[in-house]
Design a protein around this ligand. Structure first.
Ligand code: SF4
Length: 785
């Protein structure tokens, strides 16, 4: 019975199942037929998305071709991009005075009608849902509470004044950025040091350009990148050292591609980067053996007499000592220490020798090293000894990182007293007179560098910190250490576009700032070109420009009167002109913002003595008073006369023996961790680029590590599976990307993901105090999930 019932039941179940199958078959067929009909219909009618009249294209005017109605502008205006140091110009399309879209400016000497993905998406981060729209104070429950600007300014002043009263003026500090306008940086530096009585402050330019700053200053007598972008097109040999220009500075790379001389391109990089893939010779050296390599190349050039004696004798000092110094750096020794072949070294030296116009370019692969200043100077030495400087297509050329790193280096009043020395009484007196500020308000000591400020927190000396437009909790080296210390601060104020950054999440007070495109001011790009940022979009809610926030704080602090003349960004630009007079960065010849705008940006120097305003105002091809054509003004390089900014006008050969690494690999941590840029769609900590749907589609969402196939096989790590990276600081997990682009024993993690700096080690170049992000020891483990 049981069986029978069972059989009967099985039959019933079988029939039911058959019915079910038929039902699903019928359903699938019905769906397929409906979809077919819908597809047919969708040619005529679609139920979702924009309406037809929104899709119709109309003449956009302003040379924009056809655009949808909602993007049809009634005006356009040029604004220089606020991401990287290339300084491209973007034509912002305006409707009723507000930005609706943008496109790259065609007639701008930097980008010539091109922009990278970040530039195209520059307006998007302004509309992000998590913009800060009101000041926020941390409540007793740890949650944000909205506050008025009056309350926020009072909390700011009470908090910092209380700390100063208890611990002295050296107990407060700020960390700023190369992302805000020059005028804002100048006001911030003046407010903090002269108005608030603070001493210690630094900027995130310490993380990218401090090395170039110090290297140039020591070698040339001033922080002066000598090149203009036209040099990319005029070289017949381009040497890129630690620079993945293809993705880090894609528009500069486009300038290289426009070079009609079929140039030799030498790339020095441990990784087979996108730039290395396009090189005529790639030197995949061992990480941080670059200083040895550069000395080795100098050795070969000198040994073969491939040097420019005339230039050396006329324009440099200390060549003979340098020549003696590099004698032991024989090709055999250098090959052994760099992992390269002797023939490779000889080939590089010969290519440099044969080049008529050789340019040397470097960026973070050099700057972010443990002996970065001497490495940068080893590059400068090669340019000097071969006479490759001051001529078209030549130069020892540091490519800047952030859009206004150069503005920060010149005018932030952080490491130097507006280009002078805080410790020099005459300089303090000069600045006091120029700015009408009591001399006793100017500190007579230098500020601590970024790492010293962080150490100051650890030592209990820094109690209050103001972080402006930077995300230290993500970007600072040995990030977890920084975050532990940030928790110890009595008062942390973050001023930013978003209260959601890793740093803002730890703050006691948040000040909502306007972003690029919501304010005005100037930025200075890699080739020293001053460009204009304009207010083309209203800031959300109560957010204010950084400039206005600084003015508000000055009033609340009680030093507003000291800055009565610093009334607007353009008024500050006029003050900066005054401060620049007679300096290598003299810009007294620039009349006003309009002149910058009219002429596609203007490179410093541009002194009123050198270039008369009246001549420059003449737009005709022939300029009258100085018979200089406009082109001469548009693309200028330094040192054409072989004179440098040192007291005797000669550049210096500077050098030191290579130093050992602080954390070499060993049996426990056998892999070298390299970090760097991931894609052209990501910018630094991804605070802004992460807000764009378009940009997010252009890079992997999950953090990943590049591993050589042999290492992956040995450790049983498979493609796209989890892998743990472990350093002496932290353990993180990410996805495995197996590629021969990295060498055996090396791994690479893009800096944009928060995991990278959990692993990096606090280690600094002794001259520039720039962090060494490019080498620490890690081990790998497959994650068995
Ligand atoms: S290359 Fe730099 S400046 Fe140019 S559009 Fe891209 S991010 Fe902006």
């Amino acid at each position: 019975m049981k069986n029978l019932v069972g059989t009967s039941s099985s039959h019933a179940t079988g029939a039911k199942a058959a019915k079910k199958v038929n039902f699903f078959k019928a359903l699938r067929s019905l769906r397929a037929s409906r979809e077919k009909n819908e597809n047919k219909n969708s040619l005529l009618r679609q139920w979702h998305g924009p309406l037809t009249d929104q899709l119709v294209l109309h003449p956009g005017d302003f040379g924009l071709g056809k655009v949808p109605a909602k993007f049809k502008p009634d005006a356009t205006t040029r604004v220089v991009c606020g991401f990287c140091s290339t300084g491209c110009s973007l034509d912002v399309h305006l409707k009723d005075g507000k930005a609706v879209n943008l496109s790259p400016s065609a007639n701008y000497p930097v980008n010539l009608g091109m922009a990278c993905p970040k530039g195209w998406e520059a307006l998007t981060p302004l509309g992000a849902a998590d913009r800060g729209t009101t000041p926020l104070r941390r409540g007793a429950d740890g949650q944000w509470q909205a506050a008025t600007w009056d309350t926020a300014a009072k909390l700011f002043c009470d908090g910092f004044k209380d700390i100063v009263a208890r611990h002295g003026p050296e107990s407060i500090a700020f960390l700023s950025t190369g992302q805000i306008c020059t005028e804002e940086l100048a006001l911030l530096g003046a407010l903090f040091k002269f108005g608030m009585g603070g001493v210690h402050c630094d900027s995130n330019t310490r993380q990218c350009m401090a090395t170039s700053h110090v290297a140039y200053k020591q070698s040339f007598g001033f922080d002066a990148p000598p090149f203009t972008y036209a040099d990319f097109e005029e070289s017949d040999v381009l040497v890129f050292i630690g620079s993945n220009i293809c993705i880090a500075h894609p528009i500069m790379w486009q300038r290289v591609l426009r070079n009609k001389k079929n140039p030799r391109i030498i790339v020095v990089d441990p990784r087979r980067t996108e730039t290395a893939m396009n090189a005529t010779q790639h030197l995949a050296l061992q990480p941080k053996s670059d200083l040895t390599l550069l000395y080795g190349i100098a050795h070969i050039l000198i040994a073969n007499g491939w040097i420019d004696r005339t230039f050396i004798e006329r324009s440099t000092v200390d060549f003979e000592t340098f020549s003696e110094f590099v004698r032991p750096f024989t090709p055999e020794k250098v090959a052994a220490e760099t992992g390269l072949k002797v023939d490779d070294l000889l080939q590089v030296a010969e290519t440099i020798h044969r080049g008529k116009a050789v340019s040397f370019w470097w960026t973070m692969g050099v700057n972010q090293g443990h002996e970065s200043t001497r490495t940068a100077q080893a590059i400068i030495n090669l340019a000097l000894m071969t006479g490759n400087i001051g001529r078209p297509g030549t130069g020892a050329n540091s490519i800047t990182g952030q859009c206004n790193a150069m503005g920060s280096r010149l005018f932030a009043n952080v490491t130097s007293l507006f280009g002078r020395d805080f410790r020099n009484a005459e300089h303090r007196s000069e600045i006091s007179k120029l700015l009408d500020i009591p001399v006793e308000k100017i500190p007579a000591q230098n500020s601590w560098a970024y790492d010293q400020i962080v150490q100051g927190i650890a030592d209990g000396k820094i109690k209050g910190l103001w972080v402006i437009a930077t995300n230290s909790s993500h970007s600072w080296i040995d990030q977890e250490n920084f975050n532990r210390l940030a928790e110890q601060l009595e008062f942390l104020v973050v001023q930013d576009l978003y209260p959601t950054t890793e740093t803002a999440e730890r703050a006691h007070l948040f000040l909502p700032a306007a972003g690029w495109g919501e304010k005005e001011g100037t930025l200075i790009n890699s080739e020293r070109r001053i460009g204009l940022v304009k207010n083309v979009s209203p800031a959300p809610g109560q957010a204010l420009s950084d400039f206005s926030i600084f003015r508000l704080i000055a009033r609340a602090w009680g030093c507003g009167e000291m800055f009565r003349d610093w009334s607007s960004p353009e008024a500050v630009f006029q003050i900066l002109k005054k401060l620049s007079a007679g300096q290598p960065c003299d810009v007294t010849g620039i009349r006003d913002y309009k002149m910058i705008d009219d002429h596609g940006g203007i490179q410093w120097p541009f002194s009123s003595v050198q270039f008369s305003v009246s001549s420059f105002q003449t737009e005709s091809a022939e300029l009258k008073t100085e018979s200089l054509k406009l082109e001469t003004f548009r693309e200028r390089r330094l040192f054409e006369d072989g004179r440098f900014f040192t007291p005797d006008g000669r550049a210096k050969f500077l050098f030191d023996l290579p130093r050992p690494l602080a954390e070499p690999v060993d049996a426990e941590y056998p892999f070298i961790l390299l970090t760097g840029r991931g894609t052209s769609a990501q910018w630094h900590t991804n605070t802004r680029t992460g807000k764009s749907d378009v940009l997010r589609k252009l890079y992997p969402a999950r953090p990943y590590v590049e591993i050589h196939p042999d290492d992956a096989a040995r450790l049983e790590i498979r493609r796209n599976t989890g892998v743990a990276l472990i350093s002496r600081r932290s353990r993180v997990e990410c996805m495995a990307f197996i590629t021969t682009n990295v060498q055996r024993g090396q791994v690479f993690v893009p800096m944009h993901y928060g995991i990278a700096n959990k692993l990096t080690r606090s280690d600094f170049d002794p001259h520039s105090r720039q962090p060494n992000y490019k080498y620490c020891a890690v081990r790998l483990e497959a994650v068995k999930k």
